[in-house]
Ligand binder design. Structure first.
Ligand code: SAM
Length: 290
């Protein structure tokens, strides 16, 4: 097994441990130390976590823990923890509790006076944000949208006033319909579809929501797992080029080029010449696209 750093001391308690989202090498030395020294590991699917343990030659016992058996399994786990056990909890991939099981376990362990230690690592949400090229100063994690169209549209309406980048998990099957709703409700924003992150067929497709929606309407659902990252809505005075483009796109839909330039110059406080140049490029690109 990989040699461990001398600082890694695993004392009794619950270790909420992040695991890779694809590439098995994206695991921390500390996570390996915890997984090795735990009395047992709570995991969603013993086959999935078994594969990770096999890759690192670990033989720690696995116990299944997921939303459907939590009621039954929790009391016994809390008793073991109170008795001084070292328990690691993992999900199939990424960070537990982030659209994955674990919240109840952590809450009840804390209520029972047990030490709880987060062992951070990969998460698809942050990996997508890292590669999307969209503003990162402030972001909102929206998790999965409701699968039914009406509920999804309602949720998007609620999110539409957010002035931050928003991160969504989505199933590839629903991606085309979801992007179409996003383009209709969230408007002309820059976005990225981040697929199969850290895996062989990793891909980030970047563009305005309308273009992404059109692409997947034609191409159909992609293979693998996806995260959608959507840039912020109209904000005043931002520095980011994506934001200027987004503001101009919206303005150009509703007014003449001259009016759009005046409005966006006023909103952003940027130089009129810069806004005019960007507006011209967008108008020309639009003309070519027709
Ligand atoms: N807890 C996990 C985490 O921290 O990333 C997320 C679990 S959630 C049940 C699974 C969703 O995460 C997938 O539907 C997809 O949206 C996203 N996801 C997980 N792995 C991914 C990957 N390698 N590439 C893109 N998206 C991924």
């Amino acid at each position: 097994m990989t040699s461990l750093t001398p600082q890694t001391r695993v004392t009794p308690g619950l270790y909420v441990t992040a695991t890779p989202i694809g590439n098995l090498e994206d695991i921390t030395l500390r996570a390996l130390a915890v997984l090795e020294q735990a009395d047992f590991i709570l995991c969603e699917d013993t086959r999935v976590t078994g594969k990770l343990l096999g890759r690192y030659g670990l033989r720690t016992p696995l116990k299944s823990y997921h939303d459907h058996n939590a009621e039954k399994v929790l009391p016994g786990v809390i008793e073991k923890l109170k008795g001084g056990a070292i328990v690691a909890q993992v999900s199939d991939a990424g960070t537990p509790l982030i659209s994955d099981p674990g919240y109840r376990l952590v809450r009840e362990a804390r209520a029972a006076g047990v030490d709880v230690w987060p062992v951070p690592g990969a998460s698809a949400a942050l990996a997508a944000l890292m590669g999307a090229g969209l503003p990162t100063d402030s972001f909102y994690f929206a998790g999965f949208l409701p699968p039914k169209q009406g509920a999804r549209q309602n949720q998007l309406e609620k999110l539409s006033s957010l002035k931050t980048t928003t991160i969504f998990y989505e199933s590839p099957r629903r991606l085309p319909a979801c992007l179409a709703d996003m383009a209709a409700i969230l408007g002309a924003r820059e976005a990225a579809v981040c697929r199969e992150l850290t895996k062989l067929y990793e891909e980030v497709r970047r563009g305005p929501l309308g273009e992404l929606a059109a692409h997947y309407a034609e191409a159909g659902p992609p293979k693998g797992e996806v995260v959608i990252v959507v840039g912020p809505s109209l904000t005043v005075g931002g520095d980011d080029d994506a934001e200027l483009v987004s503001l101009l796109r919206r303005a150009l839909k509703e007014m003449s080029l001259r009016e759009a330039v005046a409005t966006v110059t006023f909103m952003t406080g940027r130089k009129r010449k810069q806004v005019y140049q960007q507006a011209l490029e967008l108008a020309e690109a639009d003309d070519e696209g027709r």
